[in-house]
Design a protein around this ligand. Structure first.
Ligand code: UDP
Length: 324
């Protein structure tokens, strides 16, 4: 069996990736320190093919018998955490990436490094192509994440050049779905939690800023397609992965109010500093290289996500209504 090591495997994206790898007959080792990951994200897995280790990627990785691929997804990713866990995040994406790359080097494994649309900062090129160098505030509140992800990419390129390794980088745009923490702080968990609790939806600023939201299964399909692509095209490459359906945050709030049966309304809060004004991936590279593009609409993705949040917010109520 092929062996995949997944850092952050108990997190939102990591746990969906683990499901996918197990279905594809991989043996999987998860390394997670449960900073933002949660054991319950993996609790449904009843298989001997998974090993879960409580490990912080800032520490050198444990020894394995062999490793075919390292997926490095570990890092908090909510802007709410960028201030409260700044040093942890900065080191997870620097020391942590170094340790992930060292692990891959030791076993001759392929590596997939999770980068982010945040490397584009408040973009002056729109939509964002992989060749755009970005517009990031080095000293701003988002810097512990943005700049460490940029460093993570630079380190990956340096390792690839020095050691001739097969390292592939994915720039992940806004993604949502089941297993996001209800109190995560990102906009879809906030809006769904608020709507399901009958609280008003907190739109930051005037809500004219845009994002493009990708459903989690589409994102995982993209990561796997890139990870498994022939080396000639994909090795050493970087791809944007995300949905190209760009909407304003105010529109998102209105869609959530349509999807969830609620008396909630919209309320406005101060816009956080350095909040990007626009964001939409140019996914031509992934389309051409991987024949991949998202297929799940925002409406459908939200409908698939709501039951999870209902259950998280009120497990008793959710189980009563499903048994009726
Ligand atoms: N946002 C909002 N209300 C919230 C949380 C976020 O209006 O309760 C806005 C936020 O200011 C940003 C967008 O939604 O413009 C997406 O924020 P998120 O934290 O999900 O991720 P980001 O794309 O900023 O990394």
């Amino acid at each position: 069996m092929r062996h995949a090591v997944v850092t952050g495997g108990a997190g939102f994206l990591g746990s969906h990736l683990v499901d996918d790898l197990l279905e594809d007959d991989y043996r999987v080792t998860v390394l997670d320190n449960y900073g933002s990951g949660r054991p319950e994200n993996l609790a449904h897995l009843q298989t001997a093919d998974i090993a879960i280790e409580n490990h912080d990627v800032r520490e050198p990785f444990p020894a394995f018998d062999d490793v075919d691929i390292v997926y490095h997804l570990a890092s908090r990713a909510s802007p709410e955490d960028f201030g409260t866990h700044a040093v942890e995040i900065a080191l997870t994406n620097s020391e942590g990436t170094k340790n992930a790359l060292e692990c891959a080097r030791e076993y001759g494994a392929r590596s997939i490094i999770a980068s982010t649309s945040e490397v584009y900062g408040n973009p002056e090129e729109h939509p964002q192509t992989e060749t755009y160098h970005g517009n990031v505030n080095i000293r701003g509140p988002r810097a512990p994440y943005d700049e460490s992800k940029r460093f993570s990419e630079a380190l990956a390129v340096a390792y690839e050049r020095k050691y001739g390794m097969d390292i592939r980088t994915v720039r992940i745009f806004n993604t949502y779905g089941p297993r996001m923490r209800p109190n995560d702080g990102r906009v879809i968990p906030n809006f769904l939690s608020q709507a399901l609790s009958g609280d008003d939806l907190t739109v930051y600023g005037d809500g004219s800023q845009t994002r493009s939201f990708c459903y989690v299964s589409d994102l995982i399909d993209g990561i796997r397609a890139f990870a498994d692509a022939p080396g000639g095209m994909a090795a050493g490459n970087v791809v944007n992965l995300g949905n190209t359906n760009e909407i304003t945050i105010r529109e998102l709030a209105e869609i959530v109010l349509e999807v969830v049966d609620t008396a909630s309304e919209i309320t406005y809060r101060e816009l956080p500093e350095d909040d990007p004004e626009v964001r939409r991936p140019d996914i031509s590279r992934a389309q051409a290289m991987l024949d991949w593009e998202p297929t799940v609409s925002l409406q459908t993705g939200l409908e698939r996500t709501v039951p999870y949040f209902e259950n998280q917010l009120n497990p008793q109520l959710a189980s009563d209504s499903s048994s009726k």
